[in-house]
Design a protein around this ligand. Structure first.
Ligand code: PXL
Length: 290
């Protein structure tokens, strides 16, 4: 069985970060080891959440693993809360990157044109630095814009604009980029029937190829869907899927999880009801693995 390590906070209530990564990656048949960076009573979209920083535990945990010769097939970082944690992640990568270990960085810090509470533009640029050490990065368009220091463009852009964003992102230093949340308001030179849908662009800087996957754009958006996307991507890659297939599976699962949640929409800030769609995820995973 493949073993990955994921580094994120524990938000005790409010489905995101480790409370989605663990069940999803485990359900996909991959061992999910964790390195919790902080414990919060809820994610930061609630008011008056508690917060306990665990940064000082990170190094001793890594040292113990090193002594035990523990190895990981993938290292996946999500929500990180400080410059110090970003530095520690570089050390984690250097220490545990084996010959075939994939490093996946989800620069989780912003959406819909805005940084999450507590993050700054300076932090976003430093996150760009961590991305340079990754094999694959998974930003949405807002995170991409902050990391690149370019204005966030909400709508009206074209294929060429997205190609230039992908090129700039790969120049941060990661060979592969999965850019989420691309919406074209009309068909493009090479992309037909895409207007109003939501697209995921998978870019490989080695051959310059972009693979597009468009799916239904749901009328509601929810918290934690980025973490669900990245978790499925990591699970899919660990099960041997190509990056393109893993991104497709992740996009489809997020859509089904949102559809499920929209049938019971009382707790919008709580996160999506992905649990009910795990059978769908596993069925699609097995089909794609064939
Ligand atoms: O879903 C991203 C996330 C993870 N962890 C915490 C958050 C957020 C988004 O706001 O607050 C603590």
């Amino acid at each position: 069985m493949k073993r990955i390590i994921t580094v994120q906070d524990v938000s005790c209530v409010g489905k995101c970060s480790l409370t989605v990564a663990l069940p999803i990656i485990s359900a996909m048949g991959v061992e999910a080891a964790i390195l919790p960076t902080a414990v919060l009573s809820t994610h930061t979209m609630f008011k008056e959440f508690t917060f306990r920083d665990l940064t000082s535990d990170i190094k001793p945990i890594m040292e113990h693993w090193k002594k035990e010769h523990i190895e990981f097939d993938a290292i996946y970082t999500g929500y990180l809360g400080s410059f110090e944690q970003l530095k520690l992640m570089e050390e984690l990568f250097e220490t545990f990157k084996g010959k075939d270990t994939k490093i996946i960085v989800d620069p989780c810090m912003a959406d819909n044109g805005k940084l999450y509470p507590g993050f700054t533009e300076e932090f976003a640029r430093a996150m760009g630095g961590l991305c340079s050490k990754a094999d694959i990065i998974v930003p949405n368009l807002t995170e991409a814009s902050y990391m690149l220091g370019i204005p966030y463009v909400a709508e009206g852009y074209d294929e060429e604009y997205i190609e230039s964003v992908l090129d700039k992102l790969s120049k941060l230093g990661s060979k592969k980029v999965v850019l989420k949340g691309v919406v074209f308001d009309k068909d493009q030179k090479t992309l037909k029937n895409v207007s109003g849908k939501i697209g995921i662009a998978t870019y490989n800087s080695e051959d310059g190829k972009i693979n597009w996957y468009f799916h239904e754009k749901m009328s509601q958006s929810y918290h934690g869907t980025g973490d669900i996307f990245a978790s499925v991507l990591v699970g899919g890659l660990s099960r041997g899927l190509s990056l393109e297939k893993a991104a497709m599976l992740a996009g489809d699962f997020v859509v089904e999880a949102i559809r499920e949640t929209m049938t019971n929409d009382k707790e919008k800030w709580y996160g999506v009801d992905f649990e009910a769609q795990i059978p769908f995820l596993l069925k699609r995973l097995e089909e794609l693995c064939k």
